[in-house]
Structures are given as structure tokens and as C-alpha cells.
Design a protein around this ligand. Structure first.
Ligand code: ZN
Length: 301
């Protein structure tokens, strides 16, 4: 994997501490931002299809293709995004049940959105997305793209949809491997670190917002204040510092899976700077103990 996009709220695109960090944002909140400025790092945009289809069972409540094309054009010009997803139709069985359509119809409509958007403006940086549920579905979707005149191997990036909610399963790993073997540069949507550790080397890129879910369960460990708030935040679900610390740990874990615990803890030292002296001393002792245990285990191995 060459690019790991951190899923963030769109307001963070313009924060200086995120300069140079690849970021992934969803069109729903992004389209509500009045002012956009040049991104300080690579940015990719999700269309918000999962929200549309799981809430409404259709794209009828989302932007029309023309409206979405105009939004993407604005992101291309003002933010300088690398790519945006089409208004795709994911194929999880409960989503297909919600729309009342078939997997193959979802696949047709996903290609239809790609072609519509490119037809409106051929210069839009829309990444095609392969959808399906069974491996054979995905293989068929690749053939459908071919029949529509779209060579997925020639695309800089191609999303692979409907995988994130079953990541970590053998089925998902096999699927990603089989599709990557077609020579397609794949983007994995919404992956967690464990899922990436398994198949991350088959992706050209992936995105993750897993930090926000982890942060929800974590009491605030720093004194970050959201702009305009009176006190420090209550948990880490919306904390830029936490997100950045999580990203460093994630990258380290992906780079060196065997030594991951040690690296995680060494990187956690970064977070110490935000604690009180008493908290720092306690944390440092905890880390020393952990590091010693891990070193012992390594010696024995
Ligand atoms: Zn925080």
C-alpha cells in the first residue's frame, strides 16, 4: 500500500498540523463547507453512498448526477483532490434488500454513475468502483466495465466496495487478492488496521476512520479544546491530536507487524507531552514495564 488516507471531518483539511497527510472525506459534510482552500496533502472524497442507500434505499435524496459532478469539479479546482468515488451502489445483502433491486442492477447503476459523471465532465477525477458480494459478482463487474469500454487496469485507482464490513474474514482476503491479481490498482474503503495487516499489501491505497470509533471509547487524554468550546473535550472521538497519534501507530503497525506492540508503546510516548507530570510518570512506568516484557519475549523467541 502506498497511500493511507486518514478519514477526517472536512474542516480538518485546512488545519496546518495535517499538512502532507493523505486525508479522506465524505461528500455529505464536505458539500456543506462554504469556503474551500487548497489541500496541504493528498485528498480523496467518498460519495456517501452507504449513508444514502442505507437510509433511503436509493440515491433520490442525494445530489443529482449534475449536482454531484459540479461538487466534484469544485473540489478538483479549489481543493485539488486526487479522486472522488462515483455515486455507487454497494452490494451488502441488507443494502440490496433495502433497495429491492438485484446485485447486477446495483452493478449496472454503479457503472452508470461513473459514465454519467464522465459524460458531464470528462476531466472529473472519478475513480470507478467495483461492487459485488460473491467473488464471481466482482469478476462479472470487471467484465461489465470492459463491455462499457472502461479499462480498469489503465485507471490510476479503482475502489473495491462492499468489503469493509466483512474485513478480517478469509472470504474478504481471498476476494481482495483475486481482484488485485487482475492488475488493478485497488483502493480499500473503510479498513481497520487488522484488516489491512492481512491484505494491505494488495491495495494501492486504503482509508480508515477507525480512530474515531476507538476514540469514542477513550476518555480524553489531552487538553485539546474544540474551537469555540469552553472546556477540554470529553473523549477522543473528534480530537485531531488523537487522530494523528492513532495514524502514527497505525502506520508503524503496518510497517512492522512483528514488533508492533513495542512500536505502539514507543509511539505512545508522543502522547505523554499532553499529560500532567503525575500522569506522565505513571504512563512512563507502565511503558517501561511493557517494553521490558516485550524485550524478554523477543529474547526467548
Ligand atoms: Zn484529545
Amino acid at each position: 500500500m502506498t497511500t493511507f488516507y486518514l478519514g477526517v471531518p472536512p474542516a480538518w483539511l485546512h488545519r496546518s498540523e495535517f499538512a502532507g497527510i493523505p486525508m479522506f472525506v465524505s461528500n455529505r459534510p464536505l458539500s456543506r463547507l462554504r469556503r474551500l482552500s487548497r489541500a496541504l496533502g493528498p485528498v480523496a472524497v467518498d460519495s456517501g453512498g452507504f449513508s444514502e442507500l442505507s437510509e433511503h434505499g436509493s440515491w433520490d435524496h442525494g445530489p443529482t448526477p449534475r449536482r454531484y459532478a459540479a461538487q466534484v469539479a469544485r473540489y478538483r479546482d479549489d481543493i485539488g483532490i486526487r479522486w472522488a468515488a462515483p455515486q455507487d451502489w454497494m452490494c451488502e445483502p441488507w443494502i440490496v434488500a433495502k433497495t429491492g433491486l438485484s446485485v447486477v442492477e446495483h452493478q449496472r447503476r454503479t457503472i452508470g454513475s461513473y459514465l454519467d459523471l464522465k459524460g458531464i465532465d470528462a476531466t472529473l477525477p472519478i475513480a470507478p468502483v467495483i461492487q459485488g458480494w460473491q467473488i464471481a459478482d466482482y469478476e462479472r463487474h470487471i467484465a461489465m466495465y470492459e463491455q462499457a469500454g472502461v479499462d480498469l487496469r489503465a485507471q490510476p485507482i479503482v475502489g473495491i466496495g462492499s468489503v469493509c464490513r466483512r474485513q478480517g474474514t478469509r472470504e474478504a482476503a481471498e476476494l481482495v487478492t483475486r481482484i488485485a491479481d487482475h492488475g488493478i490498482a485497488l483502493h480499500g474503503f473503510g479498513f481497520k488496521i487488522d484488516g489491512l495487516r492481512e491484505v494491505g499489501d494488495r491495495f494501492a491505497s486504503a482509508d480508515s476512520m477507525a480512530w474515531a470509533y476507538a476514540g469514542r471509547r477513550e476518555r480524553a487524554g489531552c487538553d485539546y479544546r474544540s474551537p469555540g468550546s469552553r472546556g477540554p473535550h470529553k473523549n477522543e472521538a473528534n480530537c485531531p491530536r488523537y487522530a494523528l497519534a492513532w495514524r502514527r501507530k497505525a502506520l508503524a503497525a503496518l510497517a512492522t507487524p512483528r514488533a508492533r506492540q513495542l512500536t505502539f508503546d514507543a509511539l505512545a510516548l508522543d502522547a505523554l507531552r499532553t499529560l500532567t507530570p503525575a500522569q506522565q510518570a505513571a504512563k512512563a512506568a507502565e511503558l517501561r514495564a511493557l517494553t521490558a516484557t516485550t524485550a524478554e519475549e523477543t529474547d526467548r523467541a
